[in-house]
Design a protein around this ligand. Structure first.
Ligand code: UD1
Length: 201
């Protein structure tokens, strides 16, 4: 469950949660479920709060993936990436290889027994969505982004987080820079999106 900020400061795990969309609410519900399990059984849970993951093997050509793969798919078609709002909304784009490393660290680091501990998995260096679109378009020699305005229902202006706790307890820090990660993403292999299941009558 990621923290949502009205201003682009870095938000720690203990800040009050306020899910604004059904998707965000389901993430928090998973934490509640795992937390109840830990209390009931003495189990130990790291709840990894992934931020905006991007990198190789994102699904292509689907609106259900993150904005990184949406922009990549548009640029591959020769279209300009369409940036919602004014493009200045901030996200923490974290590379998939760093997220994988965080998972390995969590698996090999015992969590405190009987409770859930949430950890932000992020770079700690937010960027604007407009900057992501501009950098990817440049790396792909594609058309400059178009600022489209508008927002999707449930969208949050800024989503940024403090990685200090994950660094302290897991020794995790994101190693892939924004510049290197976005440049590589211009040519990273993508995968086909999951097929919609056909219903037979
Ligand atoms: C993610 C979830 C969303 C959930 C939210 C809260 C995904 C794909 N999105 O949203 O369902 O409600 O966390 O937990 O998992 N954008 C554009 N152009 C586009 C698409 C998006 O500019 O074509 C912008 C959006 O306005 C947003 C940003 O890109 O500001 C990031 O969008 P997205 O990748 O969907 O992630 P979240 O907003 O973090």
């Amino acid at each position: 469950m990621r923290r949502l900020a009205e201003s682009p400061e870095l938000i720690g795990e203990d800040a009050p949660v306020d899910p604004r969309s059904t998707y965000a609410a389901t993430k928090l519900a998973q934490e509640h479920l795992a937390s109840a399990w830990a209390r009931q059984t003495g189990g130990a849970v790291w709840a990894l709060r992934y931020h905006n993951i991007y990198g190789p093997r994102m699904p292509r050509d689907t609106p259900y993936a993150g904005v990184a793969s949406i922009f990549r798919s548009m640029l591959e078609r020769g279209d300009a990436p369409t940036v919602l709002e004014d493009g200045h909304q901030r996200r923490d784009f974290v590379h998939v290889t760093d997220v994988a490393a965080a998972n390995v660290a969590a698996l090999s680091t015992p969590a405190p027994e009987g409770r859930l501990e949430a950890l932000n998995i992020c770079s700690g260096t937010p960027h604007t969505v407009g900057d992501f679109a501009t950098a990817l378009a440049a790396a792909m020699n594609g058309p400059a982004p178009v600022i489209a305005g508008g927002a999707r229902p449930g969208d949050v202006r800024h989503v940024t987080a403090d990685p200090a706790k994950a660094r302290e307890v897991l020794g995790f820090h994101a190693r892939t820079s924004f510049a290197a990660g976005v440049a590589a993403f211009a040519t990273d292999e993508l995968r086909e999106p999951p097929r919609t299941m056909a219903l037979s009558t």
